[in-house]
Write a protein that binds this ligand. Sequence first.
Ligand code: 9L3
Ligand code: MG
Length: 143
Amino acid sequence: MTDAIVPTLVVGGAVVDDLDRPTVLLAARRTEPPHLAGGWELPGGKVDPGEEPLQALHRELFEELGVKVEVGDELLAPNGLGWDLPPAHRMRVWLVRVIEGEPAPIEVHDALQHLPLGRWAEVGWLPADVPIVTALTALAEER
Ligand code: 9L3
Ligand code: MG
């Protein structure tokens, strides 16, 4: 019998200006690993062993951007489990708003963009992030 492959849980933040009616979204350009470098993403990273997903979200956003955030709604994936990041990860995404600090590309990113609604598709997102940003756009446009 083969063991089931359990995807590693990643958490990501859709950093927006307003949790109820987002009109600006933060995109971050990765510097690593080489095959993902240059791609834009929602910032975040892996949940550590023993860590709660929301703790990991706060930790990752502080490490990567130097900000403290308020967390809003989770952006649910159609499968209810999180967004697949092939081949080995799955990501849960929450809307977040900065409450302390100014986002800066402190580690693993070399550029940030604050994108006004209407231009969220005009970025070279990592393939895995494209359906997430599409869902986020639909949510923002209906609010
Ligand atoms: N990943 C994809 N999109 C994202 C994030 C935060 C992460 N928005 C993928 C890239 C890596 C894996 O998940 O393959 C783990 O992310 P990290 O810990 O390297 O940021
Ligand atoms: Mg990361």
